[in-house]
Design a protein around this ligand. Structure first.
Ligand code: AMP
Length: 283
């Protein structure tokens, strides 16, 4: 497995792989890899002949008071995992390699980026789309793998690719959870034991929402109220948002009469966690 830090060298290896007729798959990550990432990497490796994982904590998607500096960077463990999974190339640039001068060119997907996580993280998706567009230009993958854990990110990237005619297939992969239901996240390691215990309320709230929908409740406001009740009964947890939106344009749904994304973000102490489910109205 190659570990490459420069764009130039990465392009040389990708060109070689492509000359051999190999299909190229890309899994973009910020490292601190866990089973959620591994599921994407395994699928990429199974579906593509040359599997690239990028590890880059992208500064342009963090707000001024967010966790850019303390974001975990266990690089040795990450590359070991990638090697064990049969990754061909890890692209791990330093920030200066990706942003050698002030960045003044941005990719911004309007509408889809503005609410849900976009409301409390105003420039987040602009940073995500810009870095993903750069990675697509550097690696030129046939397919790229993203987790449904970041449902809004998948929707935004899919729209970027469609609007800009980028020649890449976006593959969305299911959320991987801890045995007790907490969605895996690199940020879970910030939680102390009490916060970890209270973090279960995200999954509890989503599970209740699913039960309510299955039982015939279609009124989004009522479902959100029940979810709020669960979450506010946890002293360490503060709601950022709970939203029920349609699963393509992410516009609020007052009534669940088509497939819906139920998404939430909370703060537990200083740690921001997100989770979601997709529900169908009962037949
Ligand atoms: P990150 O390193 O947090 O930027 O995540 C890299 C990719 O892994 C993104 O496409 C995430 O959606 C995906 N991912 C993170 N956690 C999970 C999870 N628990 N299940 C599935 N995919 C995940």
């Amino acid at each position: 497995m190659l570990i490459v830090k420069t764009i130039h060298e990465t392009r040389i290896h990708i060109t070689e792989a492509r000359a051999l007729g190999k299909t190229i798959g890309l899994v973009p990550t910020m490292g601190a890899l866990h089973e959620g990432h591994f599921s994407l990497i395994r699928r990429c490796r199974d579906e593509c002949e040359y599997c690239v994982v990028s590890i880059f904590v992208n500064p342009t998607q963090f707000g001024p008071n967010e966790d850019l500096n303390r974001y975990p960077r266990p690089f040795e463990a990450d590359t070991r995992s990638c090697r064990e999974m049969g990754v061909d190339l890890v692209f791990a640039p330093e920030p200066d390699e990706m942003y050698p001068h002030e960045n003044i060119t941005w990719v911004q997907v309007e509408k889809l980026s503005e609410h849900l996580c976009g409301a409390s993280r105003p420039d987040h998706f602009r940073g995500v789309c810009t870095v993903v567009a750069k990675l697509f230009n550097i690696i030129q993958p046939d397919s790229a793998y993203f987790g449904q854990k970041d449902a809004q990110q998948v929707a935004v990237i899919q729209r970027m690719v469609s609007d800009l005619n980028m020649p890449v297939e976006i593959r969305s992969c299911p959320i991987v959870r801890e045995p007790d239901g907490l969605a895996m996240s690199s940020r879970n390691r910030y939680l102390n034991p009490e916060q970890r215990r209270q973090s279960l309320c995200l999954f509890e709230a989503l599970s209740l929402a699913r039960e309510l929908v299955c039982g015939g409740q279609a009124n989004s406001a009522i479902i959100i109220e029940h979810m709020q009740e669960i979450i506010t009964s946890h002293s360490e947890v503060r709601i950022d948002y709970i939203s029920i939106v349609d699963n393509t344009l992410l516009q609020p749904l007052l009534k669940i009469d088509r497939p819906a994304l139920i998404a939430l973000a909370v703060y537990i102490g200083r740690t921001r966690l997100i989770d979601n489910i997709i529900v169908d109205p009962p037949a």
